[in-house]
Design a protein around this ligand. Sequence first.
Ligand SMILES: [Zn+2]
Length: 310
Amino acid sequence: MTHGKRKSPQKEANRLSNLLRQVLGEDRFPVDVEALAREVSRNNEDPIGKIVGGELPGFEGMLRPHRRRPEWHIVYNDDPRYRGRVRFTIAHEFGHYQLHRPPLSAQDYVSGTLERDCDFQCKPLRPSAWQDADRQREEEADTFASFLLMPLDDYRAQVVGEEMTVELLNHVTDRYGVSLTAACRKWIDFTDKRAAMVVARDGYAKWGRASKSALKSGIFVRSGIPIPDDALAAVSANARGFVSDRAIPRPAGVWSFSRGSQPVRELAMVSEFLDMSLTILQFDEDVDLRQIEAEEPWDAYDQLRSGRNQ
Ligand SMILES: [Zn+2]
């Protein structure tokens, strides 16, 4: 192991995923993450006992130890706004259990109650809100959840060679039982295509992500940047759900990045309930990346400019 005792979140998720495949075959989706967490932890001295919803203002979920016996509980936020993320949250907490928890034994309870504080209290991932150590832990739990619920080989097989459409996204979110945002983020992380996603509120990007090949060609989504006036999410702010079923071709000039503006195919979803929009940008593939990479390195903090400023 290269990182001492630290487990790789991806490897651990893949190990469990392979177990599921052996037991359930190809019919293992969506992953029954509650049953899996109970089954996997059953033989430990400190198994996962309860998995319950509860009021957790400001938190998505928690993994916390029983105060009187070696056992852990997963609590997820049952506010309706979090409903689409419940399975991901349980998988995230299960990730803390597998990767980060201090194993508890009867020794820890000799005084009758647990003295140590080892709760995991999890907020929606906000890149700047975490201290470094916490942030690494939270990202690892997210990675674990992502690979457990959406195994890479299976996801690739669902979307191979296809342009992202609403139908395909619905297929993926149904298959894995995850939110649209989680499914998109995963796709952006592994796709070979030049693509990016932007999650926005009140006309500004809360956060975004570009695929590897998009990054190489200078497409970087910085949080806080304004959404262009002509973006579908801006012109359709009163729409509900997806603005269109298929990506709509947009000319150069709508979305601008550090290398200038390019034509793009845009898919946008507006959610009044969550008070946000999600935009998926898909770029043409026929760009000479070698030529782009030969230019000066780009500044990661000035990658996406508003179309107005061109
Ligand atoms: Zn967490």
